[in-house]
Design a binder for this molecule. Structure first.
Ligand code: HEC
Length: 217
């Protein structure tokens, strides 16, 4: 009987397929368990104890968030700083902050922000990416939005804009009025502030450099 090459042996291919499938399954299970703690939302105790979580707890709205270049990772990362007032308070409890974020999340779904914007990689690019919108210096003390909306804080300026966007056209494209109430706007701004504090591995790429948001401005 002629000796057959291993490459044309059925059993060789069957065994290879079984090994590759088995190895990939184990790898996926391991990666899943490795990822869960990394993407689990932190708590108020973490924030108070200075523990850095990829997804900080809702009470991060009580803190100043800046965007800093990380030389080792070669992209910007959100840095949680000192306490800062958010709609006049820096003592939002875990429940209150959580309820505000929930309201904002529901609002973003009901008004379908993703129809035009991108949030954490999902959505459209008709309008600016909202993942780090809170860090856009346009809303800060040196930006134009506070003067334009007649408000003296970032959160109030953003909430005013969200309620009446077509009154404040700032880009070539205009955001339509979506019938957002004052309460919804507050929730949406909290939602955007929290989202900006999430460590997204530098996504969207070059946001900081494009917007001039790097290093605490
Ligand atoms: C029909 C499209 C559309 C929808 C839906 C929409 N937007 Fe916008 N949005 C725009 C456009 C266009 C701009 C840029 C124009 C401007 O700034 O005046 C904008 C700008 C913004 C800005 C300023 C961005 C920055 O970086 O300064 C924020 C914040 C914002 N939108 C939030 C929201 C939220 C929150 C929702 C959902 C509740 C939403 N938008 C729904 C079109 C939309």
């Amino acid at each position: 009987m002629a000796k057959r090459s291993v490459w044309s042996d059925n059993r060789f291919w069957q065994r290879s397929a079984a090994w590759v499938t088995g190895f990939a399954s184990i790898l996926l299970i391991w990666l899943t368990f490795d990822t869960i703690p990394q993407i689990t939302m932190g708590t108020d105790a973490d924030l108070k104890g200075g523990v850095t979580k990829r997804v900080p707890g809702p009470t991060v709205i009580n803190y100043k968030i800046t965007y800093e270049m990380d030389a080792k990772r070669m992209h910007e990362i959100p840095v949680i700083g000192d306490k800062e007032l958010f709609f006049g308070r820096d003592d939002w409890s875990e429940e209150e902050a959580g309820a505000l974020l929930h309201l904002g999340k529901l609002g973003s779904q009901a008004k379908n922000c993703m129809d035009c914007h991108t949030l954490l990689g999902n959505g459209a690019y008709y309008a600016p990416d909202l993942t780090k919108a809170w860090l856009d210096p346009a809303w800060g003390p040196e930006g134009s939005m506070q003067a334009m909306t007649g408000k003296s804080t970032k959160e109030e300026a953003m909430a005013e804009f969200l309620q009446h966007p077509s009154t404040y056209p700032t880009h070539a494209r205009m955001m339509p009025d979506l019938g957002i109430t004052a309460e919804e706007a507050k929730g949406l701004v909290a939602f955007l502030k929290h989202m900006s504090s999430i460590d997204t591995n530098g996504f969207p790429r070059n946001f900081g450099r494009m917007q001039g948001a790097v290093n605490g401005k």
